[in-house]
Design a protein around this ligand. Structure first.
Ligand SMILES: C[S@@+](CC[C@H](N)C(=O)[O-])C[C@H]1O[C@@H](n2cnc3c(N)ncnc32)[C@H](O)[C@@H]1O
Length: 269
């Protein structure tokens, strides 16, 4: 995947959004991101290190090689890890589809929010499986935009979310991939596949979730495709503005917001 084909882009705003997302969701997604001590872990598509900064300190006895196709993101990631005084991560430029590692090099593979952007997620899983040791495990985390529901309901908000789903699909991605993790990992030949849904629920009694997830993660992500959505005639500007305003109502005092992430673990035998 070339950098320009990535639906969310590589702007500073997007980097901040990924970081807000990772921090808000760190317990929900990573309470059990614990790998075999002293293992070598490959993090594929690490981006600016938003997940790295959480999982590496949770596994201080492991060594991480974190790769991404974007040199700019890797530069950011290096800075972030250095600032956090984390010393068990080595960053490397690499394409998931052409990994520069020997067969069976890693004890564990971690990949988060990457498959949804790839035209050939199965091929990526097969490539990752090649570099995983026999007996090693893989963790895949993905969202699923079809799992977003909220109060008050709004056809305009739904139409704005659909723009993001359609734009990502036009670029060869699949923002509904979370629900497919079990069949994907199984078809890629992983055994003992287990998927656990991680449900985000936000209402006014959980202000950190409303701010960190509803506003700064989900609404920010939808807002990020405004220009593309209008330029592609997926929606009118007036309807878009109504949709975003309605999504923001779900973050107000009587609003609620729900979203499901999927975390899959599989083994190579
Ligand atoms: C949504 S970001 C997720 C970043 C990070 N995993 C996180 O959760 O914050 C997707 C990342 O996948 C990377 N990526 C996309 N295609 C790739 C490929 N073929 N090989 C390596 N990285 C890739 C992008 O450059 C981007 O940094």
């Amino acid at each position: 995947m070339k950098e320009k084909e990535y639906v969310h882009g590589y702007s500073e705003v997007e980097s901040r959004r990924l970081c807000d997302q990772a921090c808000t969701l760190s317990q929900l997604l990573h309470c059990d991101s614990i790998f075999r001590p002293s293992g070598l872990v490959l993090e594929a598509g690490c981006g600016t290190g938003a997940q790295t900064v959480i999982i590496a300190p949770r596994n201080p006895a492991c060594s991480f090689i974190s790769v991404d196709i974007s040199e700019d993101s890797l530069r950011e990631a290096r800075k972030r890890i250095e600032k956090a005084n984390i010393d068990n991560v080595y960053f490397q430029h690499a394409d998931v589809f052409a990994l520069p590692f020997e067969d069976e090099s890693f004890d564990h593979i971690f990949i988060c929010f990457v498959l949804e952007h790839l035209e050939k997620p199965m091929q990526a899983l097969e490539s990752l499986k090649r570099v995983l040791k026999n007996g090693g495990t893989i963790t895949v985390i993905e969202g699923d935009h079809g799992s977003a529901y909220y109060h008050p309901r709004s056809p305009f908000a739904q139409a704005a979310i659909q723009c993001l789903i359609d734009l990502q699909a036009q670029m060869g991605g699949n923002s509904l991939i979370g629900r497919e993790l079990y069949p994907l990992l199984s078809a890629a030949g992983f055994d003992d596949v287990h998927v656990s849904p991680r449900v985000v629920y936000a209402d006014a009694s959980r202000p950190e979730m409303v701010d960190g997830f509803t506003r700064k993660t989900f609404i920010a992500m939808v807002e990020g495709v405004k220009e593309q959505a209008i330029a592609n005639h997926l929606i009118t500007e007036a309807d878009w503005n109504l949709g975003i305003a309605d999504l923001k109502r779900a973050a107000e005092a009587n609003g609620t917001f729900n979203y499901t992430f999927f975390k899959a673990i599989g083994r190579k035998t």
